[in-house]
Design a protein around this ligand. Structure first.
Ligand code: GLC
Length: 463
């Protein structure tokens, strides 16, 4: 870190992160989602696994390893204390969406986890375990404490996680099939199927597992599977999700209803499904990965986290990464606007909104998950921009966010086509809005290579 005073906004962001730490039995174990007396939902006072990630990365950079270590162990242990859900075969692999510290009738501190069974809409988080694996890898890399990963708790945890990720299902794609709202977008938004975000995190988690699993004779088979699945996933996503002008032309002229293994339109996408907006919106030199695919289904919406995580993890090729950043530059007012970053573009409106969200008033067009702007995405953007050689865009986004976020009191999200208004139901003092800003700052100031080490290797490379 260069020896100079931190900007006031960064100092304030640090203060918020520090104030949000929660302790269990006298040890720091996580951070709350938001620190405000008037929270939009009771569970914002809990520690969400996905929300903890930017704070965790920050603690690691600052050499505060204990809290990350405690978080990783505590969340893994929570699985084993979870009661079975009626009619479910016990599934010890899913990690909770969030947890809190409470007291039992005897006044003793206990942890209470939400595996989706308390969440609004009852959605189980798929991304929690993917984030967990990546954070563990980053912890080991940064602290040098490989012992934690070697502990039987973690090795068994990793095996269990791989069991669920690599398990056969009613599927032939290398992607994973998930229900609506099982990741950052945790409400119904027409994102069931094979959402890009989950695939990008899956790819990142496979790379992290390669780094974490001891290359012992017992792990040989599973490591081979990880490598093969990772390669198949990467090739499939690059072929089937990618959209640029050339690809759009192909789609436009696709033949359909073809049978066989070597055909250009294996998913049977009908050209009639190409939405009008995308044709003029795609710049000549840009492209992106589509939001979702399935049989005769291509969701053309642009989802920020999926695209950015694809760049950071290497799921997108280097050329694709450049084109995604070119798209950001060309469509800056749509994808960044007044506050980085738009979570997805465009918003669902009218009948589509009714059918896809179930008339969700929180997800009205250009609000919240449905085209709102989320500051917590800033660190992903910074990482992706740096990895794609576009530090200029990282700085441009950071400069937009820095003072305003501080002045506005760290809102969770912003509303409007270009993110001009504070989100109608946004909480203030949203911790990942603050930690994302600090991380974005640090990534620009410090050697950014460190942030991507586990992802810089090719999935084919031997561990
Ligand atoms: C909302 C977001 C989710 C986040 C949670 C806590 O439910 O959709 O991604 O984890 O708030 O901030």
């Amino acid at each position: 870190m260069k020896d100079r005073r931190l900007p006031a906004a960064i100092e304030a962001a640090y203060q918020l992160v520090r104030d949000s730490v929660i302790e269990y039995q006298g040890r720091p174990v996580g951070v709350v989602a938001a620190l405000h007396p008037d929270l939009p939902a009771a569970n914002y006072a809990e520690c969400f696994l996905r929300d903890f990630v930017p704070s965790g990365l920050l603690f690691l950079l600052d050499g505060e390893y204990d809290i990350v270590r405690n978080f990783l162990k505590t969340t893994l242990e929570l699985r084993t204390t979870q009661e079975d859900m009626a009619g479910h075969m016990r599934n010890p692999t899913v990690l909770p969406a969030s947890f809190k510290v409470t007291r039992n009738s005897a006044g003793k501190e206990v942890l209470d986890a939400d595996f989706g069974d308390r969440a609004i809409g009852r959605v189980a988080p798929v991304d929690s375990l993917l984030w967990w694996v990546m954070l563990l890898a980053r912890y080991v890399e940064e602290s040098g404490d490989m012992d934690l990963a070697q502990e039987s708790l973690c090795q068994t945890g990793l095996q269990n996680i791989l069991d669920i990720l690599l398990r056969d299902s009613f599927e032939i794609y290398p992607t994973i099939l998930t229900p609506d709202g099982c990741f950052m977008i945790d409400r119904r938004m027409g994102v069931y199927g094979h959402p890009l975000e989950v695939q990008a995190l899956f790819y990142g988690a496979l790379k992290a597992v390669k780094f974490l699993l001891a290359p012992s004779p017992e792990n040989k088979t599973v490591l081979r599977l990880v490598q093969e699945r990772g390669r198949a996933l990467r090739d499939f996503v690059q072929q089937q999700y990618w959209l640029d002008l050339g690809r759009l032309n192909e789609l436009h002229r696709f033949r359909t209803e073809e049978f066989g293994s070597d055909i250009p339109n294996p998913l049977n996408i009908y050209p009639e499904t190409i939405p009008e907006w995308v044709i003029d919106w795609l710049p000549d030199n840009g492209g992106y990965l589509a939001g979702n695919i399935g049989p005769s289904r291509l969701d053309f919406r642009f989802f920020a986290l999926g695209n950015l995580a694809a760049i950071v993890t290497g799921l997108a090729s280097a050329e694709m990464a450049k084109e995604i950043l070119n798209l950001y530059e060309a469509r800056w007012s749509d994808l960044v606007g007044f506050m980085p970053l738009k979570i997805c573009f465009p918003a669902l409106e009218g009948m589509e909104w009714q059918l896809s969200t179930g008339c969700d008033p929180k997800n009205v067009p250009w609000s919240y998950h449905n085209g709102g702007n989320w500051p917590c995405l800033l660190y992903h953007f910074t990482g992706a921009a740096i990895r794609a050689g576009r530090k200029d865009l990282a700085k441009r986004a950071f400069d937009l966010a820095c003072e305003r976020l501080h002045a506005d009191g760290w809102p969770e999200y912003y509303d409007g086509r270009s993110g001009r208004l504070i989100g109608r139901r946004a909480s203030y003092n949203q911790v990942w809005s603050a930690s994302a800003l600090i991380l974005a700052y640090k990534m620009q100031e410090e050697d950014p290579e460190n942030f991507f080490k586990i992802f810089s290797r090719n999935i084919e490379e031997e561990s």
